[in-house]
Design a protein around this ligand. Structure first.
Ligand code: PNW
Length: 447
């Protein structure tokens, strides 16, 4: 038996997002977002589900806070629904919406839980989408206006801010692959959106500094890790492009003030350009206080002509998969964090999401999710190796506190450490919840 021990002040948390848990989609003055429109359009979501009710956390705040308290986390990462606060995306502020988030934050603080507030977890106000959405540079200013409202209201209470969650998903998955709202399939549009999201990030960081908001600000890109099938240069380069789509595309502009040439050249060959204006990269590369990393999966991959956007073929090497069909690859977690450190320097990192999707069996009120525990353990062992290699990781958040609306998969995929019965909305902590509770109490676990 060996002991995996964590640093004294390590931050333990769980994460959720507004549209996935809140429900109350048309209450108290909330405006519609692109996810309401997308999910209410038949054919986009499994079983044509939507987040109208979701986990109903908007009405069950006390219950969910009690779950957090009992779990013992010292950080809770949640997101604010932009159209709940500014229903039209710009202009009039909805007092009730703002009040909801202040209550949430106050309750967290009462219980000694640090709020980690994400400003954008994909629910763009529909009104802005109608004016061109993230393809329109006006959306950048609307975002900063909204961010300022949140900063002013929660300054001194929220000490950790995240501008964007997973800009890759909000651009490429949503505007090129078409799986997420608003469901476009246009590569040039996706590249424009990615650039404007990064601009919104940079301008928000500037606003944060100008207002002298207390605390730290960062963003949370999602990464994966492809391992080359062979040392052949074409396989190595294919993997570099595959990884770079997530890492360099979204981090080079922020940390180096430039886009990566190995990808811009690839895009240029396809006639795709970046809608860069003078001064953009300076805005985007405003120093951040920390980097959030969302990591779930990795894989073996090789070059294959005409395969996907980057001529990369994923190989089924027989790694175990979660019920989301994602390959479990904890070594990739280690490798990607070391890679990021090497390329961008040793910036403080919070793991803002990591977790696993498995179907639950509820037996006599108990959910034995051994596989989820095993997944988390493996990734925490990799995280500990990173710490030993000098990566400056400050904390870890499990995705997710609750089973919730899993985007295009509706309610068919469960990531929670708390089971939610979507008929009754009853919550049942799973075995993984109790395992995590014990880890947090001890600050170590055994293997
Ligand atoms: C992340 N992909 O989404 C999100 O931040 C969460 O809201 C979500 O529930 C969680 O991971 C689990 O899916 C992703 O296709 C969705 O590569 C899709 C991808 C990556 C992340």
């Amino acid at each position: 038996m060996s002991v995996i021990q964590f640093p004294k002040d390590f931050v333990w948390g769980v994460a959720t997002s507004a549209y996935q848990i809140e429900g109350a989609a048309f209450e108290d003055g909330r405006g519609p977002s692109i996810w309401d429109t997308f999910s209410h359009t038949p054919g986009n979501i499994i079983d044509d589900e939507n987040g109208d009710v979701a986990c109903d956390s908007y009405h069950r705040l006390d219950e969910d806070i009690a779950l957090l308290k009992e779990l013992g986390v010292n950080s809770y990462r949640f997101s604010v629904s932009w159209p709940r606060v500014i229903p039209d995306g710009t202009g009039k502020v909805n007092k009730k919406g703002l009040q909801y988030y202040e209550n949430l934050v106050d309750q967290l603080l009462e219980h000694g839980i640090e709020p980690m507030c994400t400003l954008y977890h994909w629910d763009l106000p529909q009104k802005l989408e109608e004016k061109g959405g993230w393809d329109n540079r006006d959306t950048i200013d609307a975002f900063v206006e909204y961010a300022n409202v949140m900063f002013e209201r929660l300054n001194g209470k929220v000490k950790r801010w995240i501008t964007l969650n997973e800009p890759w998903c909000a651009s490429f998955l949503s505007h090129y692959i078409g799986e997420h709202a608003p469901g476009n399939q246009d590569l040039q549009l996706a590249v424009n959106v990615a650039h404007h999201l990064l601009m919104a990030h940079g301008k928000t960081v500037q606003a944060f500094r100008e207002l002298a908001v207390e605390g730290e600000i960062g963003y949370a890109p999602n990464v994966t890790w492809l391992e080359p099938y062979s040392r052949k240069s074409e396989d190595m380069e294919a993997c570099r492009r595959g990884n770079g789509w997530f890492i360099e595309w979204f981090m080079d502009p922020v940390f180096k003030g430039e886009y990566p040439a190995f990808l811009t050249n690839w895009f240029a060959d396809k006639g795709i350009t970046i809608p860069l204006k003078d001064g953009d990269l300076e805005v985007i590369s405003q120093p951040v206080d920390f980097l959030g990393i969302n990591y779930y999966n990795g894989n073996l991959a090789r070059h294959k002509a005409n395969s996907g956007l980057f001529d990369v073929e994923n190989i089924d090497a027989g790694y175990d998969k979660t019920d989301f069909d994602w390959f479990i690859y904890p070594d990739g977690f280690y490798s990607v964090l070391l890679y990021v450190k090497k390329r961008y320097g040793n910036i403080p990192v919070y793991i803002t999401e990591n977790g696993a999707c498995y179907d639950d069996v509820v037996e006599n009120g108990r959910v034995r999710d051994e596989q989820r525990i095993a997944y988390i353990k493996k990734h925490l062992i990799a995280l500990n190796r990173c710490l030993e290699s000098g990566v400056n990781i400050k904390g870890y958040h499990v995705w997710s506190l609750l089973d919730n609306f899993e985007w295009a998969y509706g309610y068919t995929k469960r990531f929670g450490i708390v089971h939610v019965d979507f008929q009754t909305l009853k919550r049942i902590p799973k075995d993984s919840y109790y395992w995590y509770q014990k880890l947090i109490r001890n600050n170590w676990f055994t293997i």
